[in-house]
Design a protein around this ligand. Sequence first.
Ligand code: ADP
Ligand code: MG
Length: 339
Amino acid sequence: MGKIHELPEVLADQIAAGEVIERPASVVKELTENSIDAQSTRIDILVEDAGLKSIQVIDNGIGIAADDVQIAFQRHATSKITSRDDLFRVRTLGFRGEALPSIASIADVILETMPQDASIGSMIHFKGGKLVAQQPYAGRQGTRITVNQLFYNTPARLKYLSSPQTELAAITDWVDHLAMSHPEVAFSLSNNGRTLLRTSGNGNLVQVISAIYGVKNAHQMIDFAGEDRDFQVSGLVSLPKLTRASKNYISILLNGRYIKNNQLSKAIIKGYGSKLMVGRYPIAVLAIQLDPLLVDVNVHPTKQEVRISKENQLADLITTSVANRIGQQNLIPSAVGNL
Ligand code: ADP
Ligand code: MG
C-alpha cells in the first residue's frame, strides 16, 4: 500500500483558507468583491465585534440560481472564467473559486439568495465545511451571506488575531478601498450598529473620498488624468500642503482592483518634484485602466500583488500626469470633480 493519498475535501479547503482568509477583513473583502462582481449597485456590510462574532454582506446583485447554490461552495467552482484564455482577460475581481469553500470550512455560513426574475430563491447553511441545511427561500432580489463563528475550528488562527480595534481597522481599510474603486456602488459599513462608512453610489469619486478622509481634506485634492497607447490614468492627488507621514494614503486601483505597488506609488510622489517635504507623502487615488492582457492578477491568492507588463512606461505616464497638474500655477481643487 502506498503512503500517498488525497486529502479529504474539508481539510483541503481549510488549508486553502489559510492562504485566502487570514482575518475577518479577508472575509469582508472576499464577500464584498463577490457582491461587486454580481453587479450590485448597493452593498451593505454589517459586522459585530469587528467580525469575530458575525459578518454579514447584503447585496442587490444578480443572485445565484437554485441549481448553482451548492456548487458555489465547491473548491475551484466559479461562474467567472471557463477557459485558459479567460484567465488572461479576466475583468471580475474573483475567478479562483476559493472564497466560499474556504470561508465555509472555518465558520458557520448561511447564504440566502434570490436571482433576478426567479420565482423562488435558496437558503443554504454550511458549518465547518459540512452542509447543514438547504431550503427554498423567498425574499428580495440579491444575496445575503452571514458568517458566524469565524475560525471556531482553527484555534491557532483565532489566537493570533490582533485586538478588535486593529481587526476593525483592517476591515475599514478594505471597505474604504473597495468603495473608492467603485464610486458607482452605494456602500455602507457598520460595526455593532455604528456606521463607519456610507457612500451614495452616484459615481462621484470626490464624494467617496470625503466620506473616507473627511470633507476638508477632499476639498484639497485635485484631479489629474493622462493616457498613452497602453494605459489610461486618472484620479485625485492632494495639494502639496496636504500630506501624511506615511504612504498608506496612496491608493492604486487597477481596473477596479485595489493593489499594492511600490513603483507606482513612487511614481506619484515623483510627480510632485521638490514640492513635498522630506518624509511627507500625499493623499492620492490613482485609477489605472488597461487591457487585462497586460496584467497578471494570478500571482497571489489575495490578488493584491499583480504583475504589470510595461510597468516602467506606466510609471512614467503617472509621474508626467501628476507633474502636469501639480506644476500648474493656480491649483484649484476640484471639489465637484467629474470622476
Ligand atoms: P469566485 O469569486 O472566484 O468565482 P467564490 O468562491 O468567491 O469564487 O464564489 C463562487 C461563485 O459563487 C461565484 O463565481 C459566483 O457565481 C457565486 N457568488 C458568490 N457570491 C455571490 C453574490 N454575492 N452574488 C451572486 N453570485 C455570487
Ligand atoms: Mg469570490
